[in-house]
Design a protein around this ligand. Structure first.
Ligand SMILES: [Zn+2]
Length: 163
C-alpha cells in the first residue's frame, strides 16, 4: 500500500493547485498519440503536450491493436482529432519475447492456455512502426485524410526519430 499512499498524497497536492477544470472534451491540438506503456516514455513531456491537448493511447508496444484502433476511431470520429502519431522505442520489452515464449510461461505459471492471445511482440523495431501505421491507415473507419506518422523514441537520448 505504500505506493498507493504516496500516489494519493501526490494527488492531493495536484488537486490543490488544479485550475484546469473547465477544459472542453475534444483535444485542443486535435492530435492522438499511440505509444508504448514503457515507464521511461513520458509522451506528454517529450512532445510538449499540456493537459487537454491530445489523446494519449498506451499499451504494451504502442501497437495498433484492435483496441487501440477502437480508441483512434472514437478519437477522430467523435472528438475531432486529425493527426495521429505512433511511437515505439528502443530497448522495448516487446523485442524480448515471442508469443510462444509468453504462452509457455503462462502455461507453466497458471496452467492456463493463452494460445488465443496474440501479445503482439516484434523482432524488428522500425518494421513494427511501419506495420502499425499501415494498420491504422487500413482501417475503413479512419478518415484517409488523417495524417499518421511513425517514430522510434530513443530511451537513451529522449529523441524521436521518424520511421
Ligand atoms: Zn515498449
Amino acid at each position: 500500500m505504500a505506493q498507493l499512499d504516496q500516489m494519493l498524497y501526490a494527488n492531493r497536492t495536484f488537486a490543490e493547485g488544479f485550475d484546469r477544470g473547465d477544459l472542453p472534451m475534444p483535444p485542443a491540438r486535435s492530435v492522438a498519440v499511440l505509444a508504448c506503456m514503457d515507464a521511461r516514455l513520458h509522451p506528454e513531456k517529450f512532445l510538449g503536450l499540456e493537459i487537454g491537448d491530445a489523446h494519449v493511447i498506451r499499451n504494451a508496444g504502442g501497437r495498433a491493436s484492435d483496441d487501440a484502433i477502437r480508441s483512434l476511431i472514437i478519437s477522430s470520429r467523435l472528438l475531432g482529432t486529425r493527426e495521429f502519431v505512433v511511437v515505439h522505442h528502443t530497448d522495448c520489452g516487446m523485442l524480448t519475447f515471442s508469443n510462444d515464449d509468453l504462452r509457455g510461461k503462462l502455461a507453466a505459471d497458471t496452467g492456463g492456455d493463452a494460445s488465443g492471445i496474440d501479445f503482439l511482440p516484434f523482432s524488428d523495431l522500425e518494421q513494427s512502426v511501419r506495420d502499425d501505421v499501415a494498420l491504422i491507415k487500413a482501417s475503413p473507419f479512419i478518415d484517409p485524410d488523417i495524417t499518421v506518422t511513425g517514430f522510434v523514441y530513443d530511451v537513451k537520448t529522449g529523441k524521436l526519430n521518424a520511421v
